[in-house]
Design a protein around this ligand. Structure first.
Ligand code: ATP
Length: 227
């Protein structure tokens, strides 16, 4: 039987609990065989990330350590050109012929889909699972609404039986956390504790990312080598 594989892409600059708890809700709802988290190298739809790809990858690895239902996949970091999702799906299909894929998207990303490279092809390569997100519109309009007509399902089984093209809206834990908000806090000398796994927060401090005060320079700070 075909396996069902979820693909959650993002800039993850940095990864936070708004990514992690929500995508775990998706996994618990649909029970896919695997969930891949794929950091993008050169995001085509936005400015350059603040920190290097290697560091964003490391934060993701730290974030999912100990969670066997998640796997970090670095294929976009091995390509130098813009990280188009359509290319990622083609490469995954080549590796896993016969398996079924679904893209996991936050509602804000889904509503921006018509700006993505060859976006209509995405619906031929994979299903989509759209996660609700606080402060985001809840319905599509224009060409996206027309494209959506007839694709929507509430039944996860259809993602296993059909090859591609279904869209499932999944209610997830509402966490009003964004990477933009985390970066802003750190730039202002604030903390990111409890907005992300402790190991990621520790790494940000060790590396002094996003303007965070390094643990070493804080009074009573931990020596990263010993932490
Ligand atoms: P930024 O603030 O830099 O735009 P972000 O927090 O939206 O970043 P991304 O890496 O751009 O994070 O997002 C990856 C995916 O995760 C997107 O599909 C986005 O919609 C989704 N996502 C991010 N945060 C949340 C959240 N709190 N709830 C639901 N979905 C989210």
């Amino acid at each position: 039987m075909a396996r069902l594989i979820g693909v959650f892409g993002g800039t993850f600059d940095p990864v936070h609990n708004g990514h992690l708890r929500t995508v775990l809700d998706v996994v618990e709802a649909g029970n896919p065989d695997e969930l891949l988290l794929i950091p993008c190298h050169v995001p085509p739809h936005r400015g350059d990330p603040m920190v290097a790809s290697r560091q964003r990858l490391r934060m993701l690895e730290l974030a999912v350590a100990g969670e066997p239902r998640f796997r970090v996949d670095d294929r976009e970091l091995r390509r130098d050109e813009p990280s188009y999702t359509v290319d990622t799906l083609v490469s995954l299909q080549r590796e896993h012929p016969g398996d079924r894929f679904f893209l996991v998207l936050g509602m804000d990303s889904f509503l921006g889909l018509p700006r993505w490279h060859r976006w209509r092809e995405l619906g031929k390569l994979a299903h989509m699972v759209v996660m609700s997100r606080p402060d985001t519109a809840t319905s599509a309009s224009g060409e996206l609404a027309r494209w959506l007509a007839g694709r929507q399902t509430g039944d996860w089984r259809q993602l296993r039986t059909g090859r591609a093209g279904r869209v499932l809206f999944q209610e997830v834990t509402q966490l009003a956390v964004s990477a933009t908000d985390v970066r802003r806090r750190l730039a202002n000398g604030g903390s990111a504790r409890y907005l992300m796994p402790e190991a990621v927060w520790g790494y940000i401090q060790e590396e002094g990312l996003y303007g965070a005060v390094t643990a070493l320079s804080e009074p009573g700070g931990v020596n990263p080598g010993e932490a």
